[in-house]
Design a protein around this ligand. Structure first.
Ligand code: GDP
Length: 355
């Protein structure tokens, strides 16, 4: 499964957030390097459409899509040089498909800031610089091997060209995601700044409703997505029943929890979408990539569905809900029979026909 690695300076609230994400109680301590082992937390992707489908079909249960987060722990200045357990962590980030960087925006004199003061812009620069240095090292290590193998005609020169272009960009201080270099030939290097990023600002409650401050912070990371949350509130929310949680959220001026936002934006950043199936047994979301065609999507349910694919009967969620049943949707011409070249759309409600 695709995973999102959580990174950030020490003491920015990563463990607190991760606890909330997993509803587990891993160590959240007020000192650097408290988080040592990477942990995986799997969270449900919120999807109100599933509740609606479960009502229509009297489904026994709901199975949402999930998003996996890896708690990778702190990066400090000098991490790329092996300080503060750096290299070990960088190796773990390399395996993540996207990165959620937690940035401290909350003020609390009791919680030490490792760089002396709460300064999101500075923190973003510190982490960005460490990740770029780590990528430079990775490339510099690979270059001699690439040169030798291209010389010996054992390697496609495009690999070497991509590595040189990426190194140039990093030398100029440009993140690889913004460098316009085709990195496909050097995918194996797992370059960190080439990954999609989400920025999670862990802020004081007052900031959650401060549109001007949020716009300022958002501008620091654009065009990447920014999520604003208060990790302390998030960890309170998970212990409340839905009614009370809703009340607490509303009292902080939000209509969706930070974790739900993070799951949604994370899912999207990974380039994923869902299609839906529904019946008396379950209403379920299935995870596919954007642009996938019907047979590949069917293969997520069962490989036999892909091999023996005949047709997909597709109804859009909106049509199904407004017409009230599959029978009505068919009667109104809203149930389409799609073939093997059909490109799946988010929220398609599907039944596959297969041999
Ligand atoms: P990590 O080192 O990034 O994993 O940070 P932790 O999650 O361990 O948090 C460090 C300290 O900051 C802990 O004492 C947390 O309780 C506290 N903390 C985390 N998030 C918040 C927040 O949103 N507001 C306040 N006031 N304290 C927080």
């Amino acid at each position: 499964a695709l995973t999102i690695g959580i990174v950030g300076l020490p003491n920015v609230g990563k463990s607190t957030l991760f606890n909330a994400l997993t509803r587990n109680q891993v160590l959240a301590a007020n000192y650097p390097f408290a988080t040592i082992e990477p942990n995986i937390g799997v969270v449900n992707l919120p999807d109100a459409r599933l509740d609606r489908l479960a009502e229509l079909f009297h489904s026994e249960r709901i199975v949402p899509a999930t998003v996996s987060f890896v708690d990778i722990a702190g990066i400090v200045r000098g991490a790329s040089e092996g300080e503060g357990l750096g290299n070990q962590f960088l190796a773990n980030i390399r395996e993540a498909d996207a990165i959620a960087q937690v940035v401290r925006g909350f003020s609390d004199d009791d919680v030490v800031h490792v760089e002396g003061g709460v300064n999101p812009r500075n923190d973003l620069e510190t982490i960005g610089a460490e990740l770029m240095l780590a990528d430079l090292q990775t490339i510099e290590k690979a270059l001699p091997r690439y040169e030798k193998e291209v010389k010996g005609k054992r390697l496609d020169p495009a690999v070497l060209e991509a590595a040189v272009a990426a190194k140039d960009a990093l030398d100029r201080g440009v993140l690889l995601s913004a460098a316009g270099v085709d990195l496909a030939p050097i995918k194996e290097l797992g370059l960190l700044t080439a990954k999609p990023f989400i920025f999670v600002f862990n802020v004081d409650e007052a900031v959650l409703t401060d549109a001007a401050r949020k716009a300022e912070l958002e501008a620091l990371v654009a065009p990447a997505h920014a999520v604003f949350l208060d990790a302390k509130i998030e960890s309170e929310l998970i212990d409340l029943d839905p009614e009370d949680a809703k009340e607490l959220l509303e009292s902080t001026g939000q209509d969706e929890s930070g974790l739900d936002q993070l799951a949604r934006i994370g899912f999207d950043t990974l380039g994923l979408q869902t299609y839906l199936t529904a019946g008396p047994k379950e209403a379920r979301a299935w995870t596919i990539g954007k642009g996938w065609k019907a047979p590949q999507a069917a293969g997520v349910i069962h490989t036999d569905f892909e091999k023996g694919f005949i047709k997909a009967e597709v109804i859009s969620f909106e049509d199904l809900v407004s017409l009230g049943s599959v029978v009505e949707a068919r009667a109104h011409g809203k149930a389409r029979l799609e073939g093997k070249d059909y490109v799946m759309q988010d929220g398609d409600v599907v039944e596959f026909r297969h041999s």
